[in-house]
Ligand binder design. Structure first.
Ligand code: GLU
Length: 509
């Protein structure tokens, strides 16, 4: 048997360090067994997926040093490797399940579903919800289809007994069947959900081992049912421990930068980041902290993955990256890496148009544009105080926090979008744009005035902007849990009010 593993990211945002972490372990496992490692794009969520995100994920994984044998960009014998290009396969599979009685059509409208959920909750039910269409005969179900009633296809789950699963690291996992929901497999638009597409693809792509985050354990019973219904062998499951914030919650960008692009922009070495991700769940037999991908591969043992909740600690990564910079590179390599990082033509040519009007000699560039090479800015509270038109510290904190929340919603990141968004936020907050932007200049450049703000933000990138804005808030006073709740509510209300006033101004439709 050829070992085949895969990483299956959904292209719905920035490339996440968790994707590189899961890819690394799948890669090591496959390669160590002389097997193949596949990259599959799970883009069944049409509204949230984008080709830009897919491209960023591929680029970011390549940047950290992971390669794949098959994938949407390199092809392979089991393609296509994008789920959006495999729709017929899932529809056929759903039909098979329906014909075999392993799935049923559910005709609940979304209002009915919401009402049923509320009822279920109010009744304090301890088992998962059951659709009233579960036991409809095929003839009755066909008749509703003939009437043109829209439907989804749901998984038929046992209501009694226990699901027994095997996980290579965790051993036997037992889940009562009445806790497993009647998962939607095919949506009313004919698109599959993650569960159906994932199982069908793992089978057709010959995947033998699934190494993935532990957040998917609760999906495994549904997957097991699907494999049994199709009569297919289930791959061996290996649920990796989830990366965590220092407070032990699931790693999230609200608490810790999670985008690989952030670490690239901050000037970490890809080898060090990958080394650190390897250390999250595994250690070298001799416990040495610094090791390359080849060294990890040579010593890898899946059964030595440790299940403790690994904390992604940026200070620890800093330390490890420092070791790499000091010990693993020659001076010539060091110089090349610095140039690759930010002293390259591409980065400079983005910055030069912004500073050229103000520089009389090259040595003016450092004071004008030095902040493009920084991480977060070195700020004291005084830097953010006494800004013209800004009332007090809390106003600065509120401006930056609210804008951060709004900017976090953006998918596109270019000067026009940023400008429109901050203009809108000035209206929402009832502030002059100039006043709203004042703390941005300080937070982002360390100075009261700097290069044109919207272009500057576009060049710095979303992640570094987020990190600098958050740092500025923290320098004044970190947001308390209470403020978080209160401000979020006020933020939502102010936006709703603003939207309503725009609608009123536009007049009746
Ligand atoms: N598309 C899923 C994700 O985004 C894949 C989960 C799995 O590996 O089964 O993580």
């Amino acid at each position: 048997m050829t070992v085949r593993t895969r990483v299956a990211p959904s292209p719905t945002g920035d490339p996440h360090v968790g994707t590189a972490y899961v890819a690394l372990f799948n890669y090591c496992f496959a390669k160590q067994h002389g097997g193949e490692f596949i990259l599959r794009i799970e883009d069944t969520d049409q509204t949230r997926s984008s080709s830009e995100s897919e491209q960023m994920i591929l680029d970011a994984l390549r940047w950290v040093g992971i390669t794949w044998d098959e994938g949407p960009d390199v092809g392979g014998a089991h393609g296509p490797y994008r789920q959006s290009e495999r729709a017929a396969l899932y529809q056929e599979a759903a039909q098979t399940l329906l014909d075999g009685g392993h799935a049923f059509r559910c005709f609940l409208t979304s209002d009915e579903l919401t009402a049923l959920r509320a009822e279920h909750q109010q009744a304090g039910a301890t088992h998962s919800m059951v659709s009233p269409y579960t036991d409809l005969s095929r003839a009755e179900s066909d008749a509703l289809v003939a009437e043109g009633r829209p439907f989804v296809i749901r998984l038929r789950t046992p209501r009694e007994g226990t699901c027994v699963l095997q996980d290579r690291l965790r051993g036997t996992i037992e889940v009562a069947w009445d806790q497993v929901d009647q998962q939607v497999l095919l949506k009313s638009d004919g698109f599959p959900t993650y569960h159906l597409a994932n199982v069908v693809d793992d089978h057709h792509m010959g995947i033998t081992h699934v190494l993935r985050g532990e957040e998917w354990i609760s999906s495994a019973p549904k997957h097991q049912l699907l494999y049994a219904a199709f009569g297919w062998d289930m791959p061996q499951l290996v649920h990796l421990p989830l990366l965590r914030n220092p407070d032990k919650s699931k790693l999230s960008k609200r608490k810790n930068p999670t985008s690989i692009l952030y670490y690239e922009r901050m000037g970490y070495l890809p080898e060090a980041l990958l080394n650190y991700l390897g250390r999250m769940a595994w250690s070298m037999p001799d416990e040495r902290e610094q090791f390359s991908l080849d060294e990890m591969l040579a010593h890898f043992d899946v059964d030595r993955i440790s299940l403790g909740g690994p904390v992604f600690d940026v200070a620890k990564l800093d330390w490890l990256n420092g070791v790499w910079l000091r010990e693993a590179l020659t001076e010539a390599e060091y110089a090349d890496r610095v140039a690759q990082w930010a002293l390259n033509r591409d980065y400079l040519s983005q910055i030069i148009p912004l500073v050229r009007p103000r520089a009389n000699k090259f040595s003016d560039l450092a004071p004008l544009a030095g902040f493009f090479l920084h991480g977060v800015m070195d700020l004291s509270p005084a830097d953010l105080q006494g800004l013209k038109g800004v009332a007090d510290d809390d106003e600065v904190r509120r401006i930056l926090t609210w804008c951060l929340w709004r900017l976090d919603e953006l998918r596109a990141w270019d000067p026009d979008v940023i400008q429109a968004t901050l203009r809108e936020m000035a209206e929402v907050m009832g502030l002059k744009l100039r006043v709203l932007l004042a703390p941005f200049f300080v937070a982002l450049s360390g100075q009261k005035s700097a290069t044109p703000l919207f272009q500057t933000m576009a060049i710095l990138g979303k992640d570094l902007v987020r990190a600098r804005l958050r740092h500025a808030v923290d320098v004044l006073k970190p947001l308390s849990g209470k403020e978080q709740g209160r401000w979020r509510k006020a933020f939502d209300e102010a936006r709703a009010e603003h939207a309503a006033s725009l609608a009123a101004a536009a007049g009746p439709a």
